[in-house]
Design a protein around this ligand. Structure first.
Ligand SMILES: [Cu+2]
Length: 429
């Protein structure tokens, strides 16, 4: 089930409790599938059983057996057990047990509005200054921060830029200035409605940095594995007769890696020019050779440089290589300098030899991709904050960016924000 959901767009998880949440999501989908099949069957059976031709007169008494009552009671009992036995305790441990900054959690406030995310950091003292609605100024003070309140002088805020450190508990107090929004960090499996007048805590922990996430996401893109974001493309590879990392193979001895001798699927690509092994229609001059005007089936792609797995025409290299035929003049069984030889294969690529250019595991010109309007392939778009509530006409613009930093990067970023704040204050004087 979880694999199907990933194919349908469930993003990579970078949350410390992502596995548990994904398991719940899978369970919920199974339950819904069972209910769908159950109720669908009931509906169809009812349509057939109570069709007009079978019972032309409406029966005002209906079903006489009590089996439906038994079913109803059973369903109610199961639901009561699920709710009181499982749901309530899980909810209590997850939602009531909110970490705070005394326990080492990073505490951040998020104020949603049409159509932006205001991120409020308490600064080095760890104390949030108070904010007042009457101080709100959409240009200079979107969160209505009262700089004269205790702890407020070092507070800073960003718009749509949330930075957090990796592998640390994060607590976000969520609220909104106007309508209901929904704070969503899909990769962190965080989703919480923001309600006007309420301050709702959410907490989570990231297991990898943005950089690690990007390289993972891009490697998934390259292997055509499901991943949310970025543009999918078809990574094609030439038939080169040797096993490449991305070829499928039959794991004969089941050790999880490709071993020499195991069968594999050698993949191919188109490049728009005729290559040695392309099929062609021998036209006009039936010479069994490819002529410039012959039709051909185009395989393989070029990137202009020789790659390890490119096929090449192993040509004369001017020196005698082992295995080449030679005229053994003095009949001593070995090649001696000066003896004629067939300058043939030496098994390696020599500069100047023709070669067929292949793919190297990244997007190359000529590969198919889903163009999201700009005509070039975009890599992973990184982590986003989205609003999962249709909160107004500009809802689609309500997009923030999440950066998961290493501890050092996060400290550097905090210092940078403190420096900006200092500059701002100086300007005020
Ligand atoms: Cu919104």
């Amino acid at each position: 089930m979880i694999d199907i959901l990933r194919d349908l767009g469930l993003p990579i998880s970078i949350s410390s409790n992502g596995a548990a949440i994904d398991e719940t999501i899978a369970l919920m989908h199974w339950l819904m599938l069972i209910l769908f099949i159950g109720w669908g069957t009931f509906f169809i059976v009812s349509l057939v059983k109570f069709r007009k031709s079978k019972s032309p007169q409406a029966d005002y008494i209906g079903v006489k057996s009590h089996i439906s009552t038994v079913f109803e009671v059973a369903v109610a009992l199961i639901e009561i057990v699920l709710l009181i036995g499982f749901s309530f305790p899980i909810w209590a441990s997850r939602v009531n047990d909110v970490p705070n900054s005394n326990e080492g959690a990073v505490h951040i406030r998020v104020v949603a509005q049409q159509y932006a995310w205001n991120i409020h950091y308490p600064g080095p003292d760890g104390i949030f200054g108070s904010s007042k609605p009457k101080l709100v100024d959409e240009v200079d003070n979107p969160i209505g921060l009262d700089r004269s309140s205790p702890g407020a002088d070092d507070d800073f805020y960003t718009i749509n830029q949330l930075h957090i450190p990796v592998k640390k508990k994060i607590r976000i107090d969520l609220t909104t200035k106007d309508v209901i929004h929904s704070f969503k960090l899909p990769e962190l499996r965080v989703g919480q409605d923001a309600i006007p007048g309420m301050r709702i805590p959410v907490h989570f922990e990231a297991t990898m940095t943005s950089d690690q996430f990007d390289s993972l996401a891009n490697s998934k893109l390259i292997n055509n594995e499901p991943y949310r974001g970025g543009e999918p493309f078809t990574d094609l590879i030439i038939k080169n007769g040797i096993y490449d990392e991305w070829d499928n193979f039959t794991d004969v001895n089941e050790n999880g890696i490709y071993d020499e001798g195991e069968p594999f699927t050698d993949l191919i690509i188109k490049n728009g020019i005729y290559d040695e092994w392309d099929n062609f229609t021998d036209l006009i001059i039936k010479n069994w050779l490819y002529d410039e005007w012959d039709n051909f089936t185009d395989l393989i792609i070029k990137n202009g440089i020789y790659d390890e797995w490119d096929n090449f025409t192993d040509e004369k290299n001017g020196i005698y290589d082992e295995g080449e035929e030679f005229t053994d003049v003095n009949e001593n069984g070995i090649y001696d300098e000066g003896e004629e030889f067939t300058d043939a294969l030496n098994g390696v690529y020599d500069e100047g030899e023709e070669f067929t250019d292949a793919l190297n595991g990244v997007y190359d010109e000529g590969e198919e991709f889903t163009d999201e309007k700009n005509g070039i392939w975009d890599r992973s778009k990184g982590l986003e904050i989205s609003c999962a509530q249709l909160c107004g006409l500009g809802h689609y613009r309500m997009k923030g960016y999440l950066t998961v930093d290493t501890e050092e990067e996060y400290d550097d970023w905090l210092n940078l924000q403190a420096a900006y704040l200092l500059e701002e204050n100086e300007e005020d004087w």
